[in-house]
Unconditional design. Structure first.
Length: 139
């Protein structure tokens, strides 16, 4: 296994584990499986938990990717951050879609739905980060 792939798996795995733990804690204990109503907008508890965990794992994921996984990238840091943000926004939409689909239409337990969704997104994320966000420009 190439070192970059190993680092991606290790750092990504740690960030995914953090994400799932935060999701579980937020869903069960912070939001207590209840609708989160902000007045103008209300979120189902699984969506609120997802957004909560995202706010923490986004910066952690970028820092791990930049300084541990893709250290050979020749792209400037602010460009990497912008590209990372774009890919993560796509992942956010995929997460939202798949979690809603699995929980509300297939009636899968939310934490299991989150794990399944994460599995789907790993392949897309790896390829996009390797070939777009942190690519190494040819000399």
């Amino acid at each position: 296994m190439p070192l970059g792939t190993f680092r991606y798996a290790a750092c990504g795995g740690a960030n995914v584990a953090l994400d799932i733990c935060l999701f579980f804690i937020a869903y069960n204990f912070i939001f207590q499986k209840r609708i989160v109503d902000f007045g103008l907008i209300a979120f189902q508890p699984h969506i609120a938990a997802f957004l909560f965990s995202f706010l923490i794992t986004f910066p952690v994921g970028f820092l791990l990717s930049k300084y541990v996984v893709w250290t050979g990238s020749t792209i400037r840091g602010h460009v990497q951050l912008f590209r990372y943000f774009l890919i993560v926004m796509m992942n956010l939409l995929f997460n939202y879609f798949f979690i809603k689909l699995f929980v509300e239409h297939f009636h899968i337990f939310p934490t299991i739905a989150k794990i399944m969704t994460t599995g789907i997104i790993i392949v897309f994320s790896y390829l996009s980060q390797k070939h777009y966000t942190f690519k190494v420009k040819a000399a």
